[in-house]
Design a binder for this molecule. Structure first.
Ligand code: MG
Length: 167
């Protein structure tokens, strides 16, 4: 069933809700991060203080971080360089090359890697295809390009299919 590749292993409201200790307990050593609507609001360069704090905690834990984003290099550098996190820009998710490159940079196998992002058809799909633990950020009302509206509607439908049917 195609839908199983679109099912996140975990769903959270915000990045900062992810329990770093819990990831480590599950044997996760590498964490791949999406940029827009994950670390920053769409079209913003400002990383919220709570996110900076969470990223610092993750970095000082046994986790290694790498950004995997479809965003352009210039935008990525401006946002991420101050945080000192390595990155793969123009990754063309859900194509697998960017994910693989990031794991190679971190030296982690898929089974010990998690990917966190806000899109089912890029972040979750790519991670699932590789056997990477997928974490979906479900923003209640994400700000983004107008043409994302159709995709979001489809995502909603997909998430509905994942819910166990009521008797
Ligand atoms: Mg995103």
């Amino acid at each position: 069933m195609v839908l199983k590749w679109l099912k996140p292993r975990q769903t959270v409201g915000f990045l900062t809700e992810i329990d770093i200790e819990h990831l480590l307990d599950q044997g996760i050593r590498g964490l791949l991060l999406d940029l827009d609507n994950t670390i920053v609001a769409w079209d913003s360069h400002d990383v919220e203080l709570a996110v900076v704090d969470w990223l610092q905690r993750a970095k000082t834990s046994a986790l290694s971080l790498c950004l995997v984003t479809n965003a352009k290099l210039e935008r990525v550098e401006r946002t991420i360089r101050p945080l000192g996190i390595p990155y793969v820009a123009l990754a063309r998710k859900p194509m697998l090359r960017g994910f693989k490159k990031a794991m190679h940079m971190l030296g982690t196998a898929p089974a010990e890697t998690a990917m966190v992002g806000d899109q089912i058809f890029t972040d979750v799909l790519g991670a699932n295809l590789l056997g990477v633990y997928s974490i979906l950020i479900q923003l209640p009302d994400p700000k983004e390009q107008w043409w994302m509206k159709g995709t979001r509607r489809l995502e909603k439908w997909v998430m509905k299919q994942h819910k166990p049917t009521k008797a």
